[in-house]
Design a protein around this ligand. Structure first.
Ligand code: WT7
Length: 572
């Protein structure tokens, strides 16, 4: 097979360096960039902020923040003070101690970043929640994690069922005058009075730091726990994959409610002392290009859905902006279509570099490095020091060009350490021989490039966001009209997949367009807008196994006009 390759991007190292590292990379050596390798005093927030505030980077801008209303910047020195203040406020008014779960449910703002860092400085475990979550999604996560403290805004507090969450003791409200009563504390007021100095809680490298909830194909969303040790991989991938250098202006478009927005919206850039641009507000193609031009973005990390949306906004729009500062563009979250890469070459005169990883891996595992030729459609090659293979269901490694489970040898530094409250679930990710099974299928070619083929399970990736069909089905079943519900991802040219629901109605309900809309709204307001089915189809009855499980694979086959496969377990 002839594979098209694209030339290399000028990065700060060459292919030989990568190939050398690939053979000899040693995580034990790699951790020596941090003084805690010797002192044993570990804290992610110290390494990301304070260390630079005490160095020649003291007055370097750490955070450029911009949305419709605010345009602010903070040096590393100022970030240290503000995150210290946040730590003091959380400690004093929320009694936050090491190991406590502190959840943060708000749109992007400087306060969000101060809070994440402040909580980590106290040794707390931070749980970021995407602002689009509605009551059901918020409750599930706060309940499962037994969160003690929540930081949120007046707009979002209505979605927090405070009375049903006995572990939640303190709620900090950010952004306007708040009546301080019961669990409610005015965050801004306390921040204004807080002390600039804070005693950092030195933790063990294996202590919990961040808890990201993510969806699988079955069950409620699960809490993926990452520990301070992950910083070793955040740092080195920020160097090798993002190629962050002293003078870079970096922009990651992801929200910290998702793992990209923390690992590479907070940790990676700041561990490397990079100036980090954060923008708030809604997606608008012209605002995005304006951001690149105004800040002189050099390294830009985004997602295929966003690139496809920019693509459909047209090439004329791109020409109105000066985007010449860009030197390195990256993508994550879903398959990066060769067509999008070609568009990037045309309009930015730059290649878009795909990266592959997951909430569970905590950091990059596979990437197209700047030094290397890209084969469009391939995710690239493994990170040095990480063993990636294609294995069968028993854990046997398959030869090149054979499709199988994309697997990683246990033990990379940023690997998740727990599924919160669910050790069996955690164990279920691993096969004998120490292989972590990603849930993706892929093959590896003779050159070691890995080609994504699809999900093995029913997990839906819509606009780069991972949605569990079970969560949507459960919400649908709460609607009085619905007797049965099955949810699948349907291929879509812009969003990767859209959510399609098949529903059977209860006695006394008739299919109609109004009912579809009502159901859509029901999921939108009860769970999250991105989880609401764009398409709904009424059926008299859904295909089920004899044990009553909806057979999504049959629904998918119906939808795509494919053979439905083995139906032996299907009820009549
Ligand atoms: C799933 C993980 C970690 C960042 C964002 C998503 C899919 C991720 C790629 C890629 C094709 C990709 C996989 C994976 N995915 N990157 N480059 N090409 N698919 O994190 O929400 O944990 O989802 O996203 O299916 O398993 P996540």
């Amino acid at each position: 097979m002839k594979v098209e390759t694209l030339p290399v991007t000028q990065g700060s190292y060459n292919l030989k360096d990568y190939e050398e590292a690939y053979k000899s990379f040693d995580w034990k050596d790699a951790e020596k960039v941090f003084s805690w390798a010797e002192t044993g005093k570990v804290n992610m927030a110290y390494e990301a902020i304070d260390r630079h505030a005490e160095s020649f980077r003291k007055n370097k801008v750490a955070l450029f923040y911009r949305d419709e209303k605010r345009n602010e910047k903070y040096t590393f020195y100022e970030m240290k003070k503000w995150s210290n203040r946040a730590g003091n406020v959380l400690k004093e008014y929320g009694n936050v101690e090491k190991g406590d779960r502190v959840f943060i449910f708000m749109p992007r703002s400087p306060e969000l970043y101060f809070s994440v860092l402040g909580a980590i400085k106290l040794g707390a475990i931070v749980g970021p929640l995407f602002e689009a979550f509605m009551e059901g999604a918020v409750k599930d996560r706060l309940e499962d994690s037994e969160a003690k403290v929540l930081i949120t805004t007046p707009d979002l507090i209505g979605r927090v069922p405070v009375d049903e969450l006995p572990h939640l003791k303190t709620i900090f409200i950010v952004g306007s005058d708040v009546e301080e009563a019961g669990p409610f504390v005015d965050f801004n007021k306390k921040m204004a009075e807080a002390d600039n100095d804070l005693d950092i809680e030195w933790v063990d490298r294996e202590d919990g730091m961040i808890l990201h909830y993510t969806s699988g194909s079955t069950g409620r969303p699960k809490g993926v726990l990452h520990v301070h040790n992950a910083m070793i991989q955040h740092y080195h991938t920020a160097r090798w994959v993002l190629d962050l250098q002293e003078t870079d202006i970096y922009w990651c478009t992801a929200d910290p409610g998702w793992v990209t927005g923390t690992s590479y919206g907070i940790f990676g850039p700041w561990l490397t002392g990079t100036s980090n641009v954060i923008t708030g507000g809604r997606f608008k193609p012209e605002n995005w290009y304006q951001t690149i031009e105004d800040f002189g973005i050099t390294v830009w990390y985004s997602a295929p859905t966003a690139f496809r949306m920019l693509m459909s906004a047209g090439d004329e729009l791109v020409k109105k902006f000066d985007l010449s500062s860009l030197r390195h563009i990256l993508s994550v979250g879903e398959p990066l279509n060769p067509e999008v890469i070609r568009w990037g070459m045309k309009v930015f005169n730059k290649r878009i570099h795909d990266t592959w990883w997951m909430t569970e891996t905590g950091a990059h595992v596979i990437a197209n490095y700047p030094c290397m030729e890209i084969k469009p459609g391939s995710m690239g090659k493994p990170f040095p020091g990480i063993e990636v293979a294609i294995v069968d269901d028993q854990g046997n490694v398959l030869p090149p060009n054979r499709m199988g489970n994309l697997a990683i040898k246990k033990g990379w530094p940023s690997m998740m350490r727990q599924i919160w409250n669910n050790p069996e679930k955690y164990e279920s990710y691993f096969l004998p021989g120490g292989w972590y099974i990603s849930g993706d299928s892929a093959y590896m070619d003779e050159d070691g490039y890995i080609w994504f083929q699809g999900r093995v399970d029913d997990v839906i990736m819509t606009s780069g966001e991972r949605v569990g069909p079970f969560e949507v089905e459960s919400k649908l079943l709460e609607h009085p009209a619905i007797a049965e519900a099955g949810v699948i991802g349907k291929p879509d040219p812009v969003r990767g997949e859209i959510i399609k629901a098949f529903v059977a109605l209860n006695e006394g309900y008739e299919p109609s367009e109004e009912l579809k809309e009502e159901i859509r709204q029901f999921v939108k307001t009860g769970l999250a807008a991105h989880a609401a089915p764009r398409e709904i189809e009424f059926k008299d009855k859904l295909p089920k196994t004899r044990s009553g499980k909806i057979m999504r694979r049959v629904l998918k086959a119906w939808e795509l006009d494919l053979p439905a496969g083995d139906l032996s377990t299907m009820e009549d």
